[in-house]
Each structure stands twice: as C-alpha cells, then as structure tokens.
Design a protein around this ligand. Structure first.
Ligand SMILES: [Zn+2]
Length: 226
C-alpha cells in the first residue's frame, strides 16, 4: 500500500472525509464533500502514522536542504513538532521547530514571535500544514520566514483540497500572479483531492433541496441568515 493510499484510508477511518452532504466552504462555494481535519487530531496514533509518512515525504522530496520546520498555530503544531522529532532521530541531528501565530487583525498574515525569530532567521525552512485550500496560510508563513532572512525550501501537507501545487508570492504582499519576480513555493501533499465546487446559484444540491450542513464548514452562517 502506498503512503497516499494509507493516508487516504486513515483520513476516511477517523471520519475526516465527509461526502454525500451539502457543505458551504469558507469561500462561499458549495459542494458535497468536506474534510474535517479536526477529526484526525483526536486519534494520536493515526496522527503519528500520518506524521511518519510526512517525514518520509520531506526526506525524499527535500533531502537535506533544510534543518528547520515551521508550522501554523494551532493545529499545525502537532504535525510540525512530530516531523521535526522524527527527522532528528532519523538523521541524528537536532532539527529545530517553531510555529507561526495568526496576526490578531489579519488572518492572512502570520507572525513569528515568542523568541522564535532566532530559530528561523537565516535558516533553510520547510513549511508543514494539514489541509491546503488556497495556500494563504503557507504564503503567510513563507513571507514571515523571508522577512527574517530565512529561505523556504518548500512545503509538505497532509491534503491538498484544490489543485494547488505551486504558489507564486511576493515577499510583502498578498499573492500576485503577475508580480515581476515572484518567489515560488512548491507544495507536496500526501493526498491530492480535486473537489468539485459550485456557486450557490448553480449548486445541484441546492436545486435538489438537500439541507445545508450547519455543523461543518460555514453552513451555519446560511442557517443564521435564514
Ligand atoms: Zn448548495
């Protein structure tokens, strides 16, 4: 069984894959599939298995090009700490780990504080995260690393919910595809999913009268409006 197949099975077994529903994503689009990543964190052994696979992935794709790992708080801390530990044992080196906080007033900006600036400054850094949708969190972290003089070698994630594989970004601003000399961030997912999403006005599940799920995603907002 490949790591991709194993990872997909783990996500399914722990209830992280929800299909056959009617969900509203944070983008406002609708779909019948939802990744409830928080379900995975309630199974530490399964989480550990996922992290071992991510460690293998980091080693095989990025080799010895990095010695520091950065993850987004809160959930990414579990993954980043685990991978840095695995790599330290495997390579008999002390990999460093730090996490990036969310900016209090701008969710797209990530800040490195708590004294972690010296852990990241001028280092070669691998980013890790759980589920990537638009890649904004990864870009926020990459910008924070670059601002400290660090270099981002790439990213390893559990699951890619879109078709995001390569992101272009400017050091200081939001993603700008036409920026003259954008930096590139390559993303390696354990599991790739290309999910169909619909604008509400053409959503087949709305048309079929299927109730919107109010427990997962942003469907509760629709319920409040109603
Ligand atoms: Zn719908």
């Amino acid at each position: 069984m490949t790591n991709t197949t194993r990872a997909r099975k783990i996500l399914k077994d722990c209830g992280a894959f929800k299909d056959g529903g009617h969900f509203v994503y944070s983008s406002g689009l609708h779909g019948d599939f939802y990744i409830n990543k928080d379900a995975l964190y309630t199974y530490p052994r399964k989480m550990d298995d996922i992290c071992v696979m991510m460690t293998e992935c980091a080693s095989s794709v990025y080799g010895s090009s990095f010695d520091t790992i950065l993850a987004p708080a809160i959930s990414g801390v579990v993954i980043g700490q685990n991978i840095a530990y695995n790599l330290s044992i495997e390579e008999q080196l002390d990999f460093r780990f730090a996490y990036a906080d969310k900016h209090p007033s701008n969710p797209y900006i990530r800040i490195i504080r708590r004294g972690y600036q010296s852990v990241i400054a001028n280092k070669r850094v691998l980013l890790v995260d759980d589920v990537v949708t638009t890649g904004r969190t990864l870009i926020g972290m990459a910008q924070a690393v670059n601002a400290l003089g660090g270099t981002v070698v790439g990213a390893v994630v559990i699951c890619d919910r879109g078709t995001v594989r390569t992101l272009k970004y400017d050091i200081d601003t939001e993603p700008t595809p036409n920026y003259r000399q954008p930096l590139t961030l390559n993303i390696t997912p354990l599991v790739e999913l290309d999910l169909k999403t619909f604008k509400p006005e053409v959503c087949p599940f709305c048309k079929a009268g299927r109730p919107i799920d109010v427990d997962l995603g942003s469907g509760y907002i629709s319920a409040e409006v109603l």
